[in-house]
Write a protein that binds this ligand. Structure first.
Ligand code: NAD
Length: 339
């Protein structure tokens, strides 16, 4: 376990269980150097506790990089609750988790993530104030979508020579909370949309309301377009999928788009500009973090507005050094985190 922690430069790993509610949880605190570790709480089944710990460590590290490059005074952490096969009282389980979060005394602040909802955050909030994304605080997805839109414009500036949306051919994979909100903004700007989702009802809505073109899920990644926008699950960019891409750039919201770090170099070798996922999708984190701190909407929007400039800067350095923007972003984040 210590080898895993050392490899990820993880500060601390906390485990807790509560037999009364069935809670089994891992909290990985990657870094508190820039501030308390903020990161979502996953509630998913795992084959064993080692996979849950590995997932928590990898995700916590990603949160540190995201917060550092978003210019937030925050570290990175993540909680993974191993979902039991049968849950008696879900509310009681999240309340037990809330007591555990409280015991860490603000080192870790939790939030919604895969498998959890604002209602779960409300249960946690009965026992700790170190929780965000409660029903009172609201959904961060529109803010993520707004940041991704700014990132798409920056990507178009760097790769296509202009940041107008009119006439841009954009392929969106996944029309969920972020993908649909983004599609609405892109359509309003005059972009031509090609869309796919596992849920065909969402595709139909985009066709009817936004004039999008439907594309089969298995064809979306290789459809000819200017910018490919992954907004579904992670890991979509692999050696195999990159070989089939027919786009000038990839710029989307999904976390952990690169199946492995070296896929960034394959994209670079093919001349496909890649927007590092944790830079372009930081809008939701910016909203959650600043809202929790009591900042105004104007301050949140101003902070979020800097996502485009951050990408401009990364793309410029990547072009000068002839390497992937993902490598440049990692290096910039590590400089902020480790000096
Ligand atoms: P969501 O669950 O609301 O939507 C995801 C959508 O993608 C669903 O409609 C799903 O059917 C679809 N999908 C999944 N795999 C697909 C595939 N192979 N082909 C086509 N469609 C597919 O999730 P979301 O909140 O919109 O988040 C989307 C992505 O952005 C996730 O990777 C998430 O981790 C990341 N992200 C979200 C936020 C946020 O604020 N919600 C912030 C940062 C990053």
């Amino acid at each position: 376990m210590f080898a895993l922690m050392e490899a990820a430069r993880l500060e601390a790993l906390h485990l807790a269980q509560d037999p009364a509610t069935g809670l089994k949880v891992v909290i990985a605190i990657h870094s508190t150097r820039l501030g308390p570790a903020l990161g979502g709480c996953r509630y998913l089944p795992y084959p064993d506790s080692t996979s849950a710990i590995r997932d928590a460590i990898r995700l916590a590290q990603g949160m540190s990089y995201k917060a550092a490059l978003a210019g937030l005074a925050l570290g990175g952490g993540k909680a993974v609750i191993i979902r039991p096969p049968h849950v008696g009282d879900r509310g009681a389980l999240f309340e037990a988790f809330g007591r555990f979060v409280e015991s860490l005394d603000g080192l870790y602040i939790t939030a919604v993530d895969s498998g959890t909802s604002s209602l779960d955050m409300d249960c946690i909030a009965r026992h700790t104030r170190f929780v965000t994304s409660t029903t009172d605080e609201g959904d961060p997805s529109p803010y993520t979508a707004r940041g991704v839109l700014l990132g798409i414009r920056a990507t178009a500036r760097a790769r296509l020579g202009g940041d107008g949306l009119a006439g841009l051919r954009i392929a969106i994979q996944g029309l969920g909370h972020v993908g649909f909100a983004l599609a609405e903004r892109l359509a309003a700007g005059g972009a031509e949309l090609l869309v796919s989702d596992l849920d065909y009802g969402r595709v139909q809505q985009a066709v009817e309301r936004l004039g999008a073109w439907p594309v089969a899920c298995e064809a979306l990644l290789s459809v000819p377009c200017d910018i490919l926008v992954p907004c579904g699950l992670g890991g979509v960019l692999s050696g195999e999928s990159v070989a089939g891409l027919r786009c000038a750039a990839v710029a989307g919201a999904a976390n952990n788009q690169l199946a492995t770090a070296d896929v960034a170099d394959l994209l670079q070798a093919r001349g496909i500009l890649y927007a590092p996922d944790y830079v372009i999708n930081a809008g939701g984190l910016i909203f959650v973090a600043l809202h929790h701190r009591g900042e105004s909407l104007a301050a949140i929007n101003a902070h979020l507005g800097r996502i485009g400039e951050r990408l401009d800067d990364i793309y410029e350095q990547a072009a000068v050094e002839r390497r992937s923007p993902a490598r440049v972003a990692d290096e910039q984040a590590e400089r902020l985190l480790y000096g």
